[in-house]
Design a protein around this ligand. Structure first.
Ligand code: NCD
Length: 332
């Protein structure tokens, strides 16, 4: 079967988002629009009434085939703050575990007049597959697929960087740890390059930082000290053991000794460098408690920013869908 290009599939005829599958191919203008919109929702979060009616009357289904707490909860809060009705489908207890195929499950959800699916799946490409096969008026938001992409996580990280550093130009960013298995690193690289940072450095052992990332515009560094030198932003990643096939590491304590972010190794970065982590954090494996709880960490701000970014993406995709349906209606 010929598959459509997800970069084209996610835009309507006017070039607006109607799904949110990948950051690959999205323009700086769209990424900046997401950040600006999220910024306006953030100031709303500080008010006592936190709701806007942008998704009133719409039904959002959280379809999580892989475990998640932070991402699922912040998507749910985002949808509720947009006034949508939200359903959380726990796949472990749903009909797919009784042998129903994914497409049959989707058709049933469509028949319940859902307007948006937020999809997390262990297989790369699953949200794209769903976008191709479900009814054309349903917006699909990728909440993380295999090791392919996690576009809302990357955008909430971009918002966190912009709020702390003011702009992207001239910044040096290090992403440290298990790059090979990380959908966050892949989406982040697209976002950082598109938004115009000076340098993205991927730092970690040879087994976890493959050379092909150079073709995507990153610099690669296998030494933590050299990798952190002069950077403005440090993004630490978890060892994603559930995605590791063989033994790629000598041991966790060896990894921590060589690549762990401690007060000492953080001192190799710029003095005002911020420390980010998508979570879940593993204290004493990739990051020390002192750093995770320290003044330079913005890890909990990332979570707050995630609600605003998810509100921005959901509202943009919904209005892009409505426009696409209007154009289709006029052509009929
Ligand atoms: C990330 C994910 O699921 O890809 N976490 C998240 O979304 N908060 C990173 C990870 O699992 O390590």
């Amino acid at each position: 079967m010929m598959r459509s290009d997800p970069r084209a599939l996610q835009l309507n005829e006017q070039g607006q988002l109607k799904h949110f599958l990948t950051l690959d191919g999205l323009s700086k203008e769209i990424l900046t629009e997401i950040l600006d919109r999220a910024e306006s929702f953030l100031s709303m979060g500080e008010q006592s009434v936190k709701k806007v009616p942008l998704l009133r009357g719409k039904t959002v289904v959280n379809l999580f085939f892989e475990n998640s707490t932070r991402t699922r909860t912040t998507f749910e809060l985002a949808a509720k703050r947009l006034s949508a009705d939200v359903i959380n489908l726990n796949i472990a207890t749903s009909a797919t575990s009784k042998g129903e195929s994914l497409l049959d499950t989707l058709q049933n959800l469509e028949a319940m007049q859902s307007d948006m699916f937020v999809v997390r799946h262990q297989d790369s490409g699953a949200p794209h597959f769903i976008a191709e096969h479900c009814a054309p008026n349903v917006a699909i938001i990728n909440a993380g697929d295999g090791r392919h992409a996690h576009p809302t996580q990357a955008m909430l990280d971009m918002l966190t960087i912009r709020r702390n550093k003011g702009q992207f130009e001239g910044l040096k960013v290090a992403i440290v740890g298990d790059i090979l298995h990380s959908r966050v690193a892949r989406s982040e690289l697209h976002a950082l390059k598109t938004l115009g940072v000076e340098e993205v450095r991927l730092v970690g052992p040879k087994t976890l930082v493959p050379e092909f990332f150079r073709d995507m515009g990153a610099n690669i560094c296998h030494d933590l000290r050299a990798g952190l030198e002069d950077v403005d932003v440090v993004v630490m990643l978890r060892l994603q053991k559930e995605r590791m096939a063989g033994a790629l590491l000598p041991s966790e304590s060896e990894f921590y000794r060589l690549y762990g972010l401690t007060e000492e190794s953080l001192s190799w970065a710029k003095p005002d460098a911020i420390v980010m982590h998508p979570g879940p954090i593993n204290r004493g494996v990739e990051i020390s408690s002192e750093v995770a709880d320290g003044d330079q960490a913005v890890i909990l701000d990332q979570v707050t920013n995630g609600i605003a970014v998810r509100m921005a993406v959901m509202s943009m995709a919904m209005s892009g869908q409505v426009q696409a349906q209007q154009v289709a209606g006029e052509e009929d």
